[in-house]
Design a protein around this ligand. Structure first.
Ligand code: ATP
Length: 241
């Protein structure tokens, strides 16, 4: 469904990505782990069209999308939840969710959009409870849920989540990852998850890639990565015996 071939991204001389290849198949949850500055966010930004790669191909369903502008990639079904979440603080939670479906208005019936809203409220009951409240009044964890819910309103082909744990307390991180796990089990959403908390990411993922200094160092099934001594030592905090 999503294929990245030999992707390179440079920022004024800094090589953030140096030839990354990966793929995400329909219904999969693929985790991208790596330490600070390894290039994870740059990869998502390149896929979304926020930064332009200097080399390589980005393909969706076999079609190269490098030359398609960012807003049109959303119409292809690419939803990106950035680290910063960007909820519209002055708008209600329900209005934020409707904004996520803006590309579907005019193409689909109000009933279909309402159905998705109901699905999102079923996944996130707290958002239903507070639907008329301003989004700015939500806690960080709730805003993360809202950002994911808003992206789901698009009915995306691929949901890209950038560090959903960022700035959240451990108990809230667990709640967010429980939801991500539910989405994976439903097999209706294909997810590319960027996460520094490798143990959380590998717990919910089908497969994973470890990025180091802009390159894929290790890839494999999540269960195999969890058992890999290099991953254990560098990313899971388990010292060598
Ligand atoms: P983190 O987990 O800290 O967000 P990351 O793995 O997402 O890190 P990136 O944010 O993609 O990594 O950064 C990769 C490299 O590119 C780093 O060296 C970073 O300093 C650099 N970089 C990122 N954005 C820019 C930018 N806009 N201008 C210049 N350098 C940048």
């Amino acid at each position: 469904m999503l294929k990245i071939e030999n992707l390179a991204v440079n920022y004024a001389g800094i090589k953030a990505l140096r030839g990354v290849s990966l793929h995400v198949e329909p219904g999969e949850l693929v985790a991208l782990i790596g330490s600070n500055g390894s290039g994870k966010t740059s990869l998502l930004r390149a896929i979304s069209g926020i930064v332009e790669p200097s080399e390589g191909n980005i393909l969706i369903d076999g079609k190269r999308i490098n030359d398609i502008p960012s807003h049109k990639r959303v119409a292809l079904g690419l939803a990106h939840c950035p680290e910063a979440r960007h909820v519209f603080a002055q708008q209600t939670i329900e209005d934020n969710l409707h904004l996520g479906a803006y590309l579907r208005y005019g193409k689909e019936s109000k009933h279909q959009i309402q159905e998705t809203l109901e699905e999102v409220y079923t996944i996130f009951p707290k958002l239903r409870e507070r639907s008329k409240q301003q989004a700015g009044t939500l806690s960080g964890g709730e805003q993360q849920m809202l950002a994911i819910g808003r992206a789901l309103m698009l009915k995306p082909k691929i949901l890209m989540l950038d560090e959903p744990s960022m700035g959240l307390a451990p108990v809230i991180i667990n709640e967010v990852f429980n939801v991500i796990e539910k989405l994976r089990q439903s097999k209706t959403t294909t997810i590319l998850l960027v996460e520094q908390l490798a143990f959380m990411a590998l717990k919910v993922a089908d497969r994973g890639y470890v990025l180091e200094q802009g390159l894929v160092r290790i890839e494999g099934k999540a269960a195999d990565l969890k058992g890999n001594p290099v991953v254990q030592e560098a990313y899971l905090g388990l010292a060598k015996k």
